[in-house]
Design a protein around this ligand. Structure first.
Ligand SMILES: *Cc1c(COP(=O)(O)O)cnc(C)c1O
Length: 412
């Protein structure tokens, strides 16, 4: 690591002093990026295997995205939803063409997309059923956002503490616990909200048949099947949507955000025929939703993510990354298990290293590679989907060096 300059130290201190202290950012200032690499203000280079939590999925500084952004920036920035704009209308068409959906609602984040889905489920039930059918079933260790409703949908007590009273109407079920579905999903259920691969909860894919079993219970009880693909969607697992790994599954709602804007804020709720007409004028809204600049960029993102070439790269690099991690399991021996799909992989730490993912993430940063954790026990990898052999190899060499040094030093 280069020594920290006075300017970097001053900026870090100002951030620490002036941000509400809900984050604990690393003590560096990222300054520019290209492809899978970013540089800080002290001149250190990092291989970015975290993509800002599955957001910059086409890497940094992509010229085609930059062109779409600047073209639209020179034309029109904002109109509100009192008027149509071409980029958002086309994006809605293209999202429907690529999926089960008939209609799309645009917003600005993942939490907002899930908030829309929660409201849609309740409105849908209110038009068809009595007030007893309003329960939304979600899954332990899931993650759906930080607004009051979405944090309540997030069935993890650590996110709830101090924010009570939480809104009612949520019920929690064990993830991948098919036997528990019969009890959890019933006449009171208006919708089920589930991640096809749990991200924050430790990179845990739904077991084969689990989503289909949920879908069957939903059909039997006239409940909407709502999939949170905010992290797992948009080619991250090697298919456009992670639910497509489950043969024949058709959801009613899918929520997207993170990667859709290539780094700009956008969220989307995709709605199939059962609930496409539920929201009517006045039901719901967002001032910025469908912003033309972001939508123009998202159109390019979506087109690239649908390409066979990109999906093939996700599969190939996912296999290469998995092999590297599995090899490390054999040589360094602190990885118990590698799980996930495509380029959404988690390395589960074992033995005395369990609980120390945060220390290892910092050790990696010092060795010039940005990785994430998913809880205290899992190192999470979300590289750019167009990552090259050279970038991934370089990142994993740095990762291996970081782990080797940490183990030898007994650092953690
Ligand atoms: C990140 C995430 C969210 C929340 O998205 P924000 O844009 O941070 O509000 C919701 N669900 C899942 C699965 C996520 O990974």
């Amino acid at each position: 690591m280069e020594p920290q300059t006075a300017k970097t130290a001053e900026l870090v201190a100002a951030g620490q002093r002036r941000y509400v202290p809900n984050y604990a950012p690393k003590e560096m200032i990222l300054d520019r990026g290209e492809g899978a690499r970013v540089w800080d203000t002290d001149g250190n280079e990092y291989v970015d295997l975290g993509t800002g939590i599955s957001v910059t999925s086409l890497g940094h500084g992509d010229p085609e995205l930059a062109r779409a952004l600047s073209e639209q920036a020179g034309r029109l920035w904002h109109t509100s939803n009192l008027y149509f704009v071409e980029p958002a209308v086309r994006l809605a068409e293209e999202l429907c063409e690529a999926s089960f959906a008939e209609r799309v609602f645009f917003c600005n984040s993942g939490a907002e997309a899930n908030e829309a889905a929660i409201k849609l489920a309740r409105k849908h039930a209110s038009l068809r059923h009595g007030p007893e059918k309003r329960e939304i079933v979600t899954f332990r260790n899931g993650f759906h956002g930080r607004t009051l409703a979405t944090v309540t949908a997030t069935a993890q007590p650590k996110y709830h503490e101090g924010f009570e009273p939480l809104p009612g109407g949520f019920r929690y079920c064990g993830y991948n616990d098919a036997a528990a579905l019969d009890d959890a999903i019933g006449d009171r259920t208006c919708a089920v909200l589930v991640e096809p691969v749990q991200g924050e909860g430790g990179v845990v894919p739904a077991g084969s048949g689990f989503l289909a079993a949920i879908a069957e219970r939903c059909r039997a009880h006239d409940a909407l099947l709502m999939l949170d693909e905010i992290q797992s969607g948009l080619a991250r697992t090697g298919r456009l949507f992670a639910y497509q790994w489950e043969e024949g599954l058709v959801p009613d709602v899918v929520t997207l955000a993170k990667a859709l804007g290539g780094g700009l804020p956008i969220g989307a709720m995709l709605v199939g025929p059962r609930a496409a007409e539920t929201f009517q004028p006045g039901s719901h809204g967002s001032t910025f939703g469908g912003n033309p600049v972001v939508a123009a960029v998202a159109r390019v993102v979506l087109r690239r993510m649908r390409s066979a070439e990109l999906l093939a790269n996700v599969e190939r690099q996912g296999e290469r990354l998995r092999k590297r991690l599995t090899a490390l399991h054999n040589t360094i021996g602190i990885i118990a298990e590698v799980r996930g799909k495509g380029l959404m992989l988690g390395a589960v730490l074992r033995g005395e290293w369990a609980g120390r993912a945060g220390d290892l993430v910092e050790a990696c940063r010092r060795h010039g590679v940005l990785v994430l954790q998913a809880g205290p026990d899992v190192l999470r990898f979300l590289p750019p989907l167009n990552v090259t052999d050279e970038e991934l190899d370089d990142g994993m060499d740095r990762f291996e060096a970081a782990l080797t040094e940490a183990v030898n030093a007994g650092l953690c």
